[in-house]
Design a binder for this molecule. Structure first.
Ligand SMILES: [Zn+2]
Length: 346
């Protein structure tokens, strides 16, 4: 027999009186939440109210155990949903149906770019670099938001590149000098990723993109992987006393996820195992056109989401809604749900 928890169905013995409840929140029963006259009548509003539009905050601080972390907003990509047919074999109407289920506009697709910074001891570790100038006009906002958070590029001691796509590596090189932006950092990339893009013929035959775009992906990856001396890593490697590299192939052959562990707390950076907080969770069998190997990417997505849900892991993603921290819930019939973590701590 199900026993309802007392906090959802208080019994007469355990329920708080109104006065006790107010005292619990530091209020007396006599306190009014809005002082009389504060809001005033409509005709008393000041004529010169300050504008409330403007830039949104682009960084968000949180902790993973004793690690200090910052989610950094790099902008993103956006456009009419009918023109951005990103999911292989799925129509704009199917996309719109998923957006409607998630209370999103049905005519516009937005994919944010999120970058993670973690301080582990004396190390400042950046996971990916944002898009720089490589992925559309809205991306590449990382430098400004890094500065707003009080971090200089020269402060970064390690950069882990999760895969060599423009929206993740475009910020590695100065667009003018083509020199490394994070000049004091060691850079890491999966051996398989490095070899794939530098191979004689990267097998991007399954990439559902026009040929010019396909060639652009290859050229961009080769330029960035050649301009920086990368240390090569592989699944299972432990880096910087708190980061485990997890093989997550499919999106690209050397695509990785990362597990951060500090004390009892963990965070799983799922990177591009998911691309959209509604579609990738509700329709895990949908493959995005940027997947080099769609079938493998789908299998990897389910494995990573299953693990995150089973272990109740906090997750972070490359394209989840900023600040990108949340959890995974398994729904019926092979569907998942992204549960956004509330902003801030009190
Ligand atoms: Zn991406």
């Amino acid at each position: 027999m199900n026993q309802a928890p007392s906090h959802t169905q208080p019994s007469g013995n355990t329920s708080l009186t109104r006065r006790e409840a107010l005292r619990f929140f530091g209020l007396s029963a006599a306190t009014t939440l809005v002082a009389p006259g504060l809001l005033g009548a409509a005709d008393e509003q000041p004529k010169n109210a300050p504008a409330v539009i403007g830039a949104q905050p682009g960084f968000y601080r949180f902790n993973i155990g004793s690690f200090e972390a910052i989610a950094l907003f790099d902008g993103g990509m956006a456009g009419p949903a009918t023109q951005l047919q990103l999911w292989n074999g799925h129509t704009a109407d199917e996309m719109a149906g998923e957006f409607k289920n998630a209370f999103l506009p049905t005519d516009r697709l937005r994919l944010p770019f999120c970058v993670l910074l973690v301080r582990i001891g004396s190390e400042l570790v950046l996971i990916d670099s944002g898009a720089g100038s490589l992925f559309g006009p809205i991306g590449g906002q990382l430098p400004g938001h890094l500065a707003a958070a009080g971090i200089k590029p020269s402060d970064i001691t390690a950069v882990i590149l999760t895969h060599a796509h423009g929206d993740h590596m475009g910020g590695l090189l100065d667009p003018v000098t083509q020199k490394p932006v994070f000049k004091n950092a060691r850079h890491f990339v999966h051996r398989r990723e490095f070899d794939f893009w530098n191979g004689s013929s990267p097998d991007l035959s399954k990439l559902n993109l026009p040929e010019a775009d396909r060639q652009g992906f290859i050229a961009g990856a080769r330029t960035h992987l050649a301009a920086i001396p990368f240390d090569k890593i592989k699944g299972g490697d432990k880096l910087l006393d708190g980061i485990e590299i997890i093989d997550a192939p499919g999106h690209t052959p050397g695509h990785i996820a990362l597990l951060f562990s500090s004390g009892d707390e963990q965070l799983l950076h799922v990177v591009d195992c998911v691309h959209h907080h509604a579609i990738s969770f509700a329709q895990p069998d949908w493959s995005i056109c940027f997947d080099a190997d769609p079938a493998t990417a789908i299998a990897t997505r389910k494995r990573i989401l299953d693990r995150a849900a089973a272990d109740r892991l906090r997750i972070f993603g490359g394209h989840l809604p900023f600040p990108s921290v949340g959890h995974v819930r398994i729904l019926a019939k092979g569907r998942y749900e992204h549960v956004i973590e509330p902003w801030g701590t009190i």
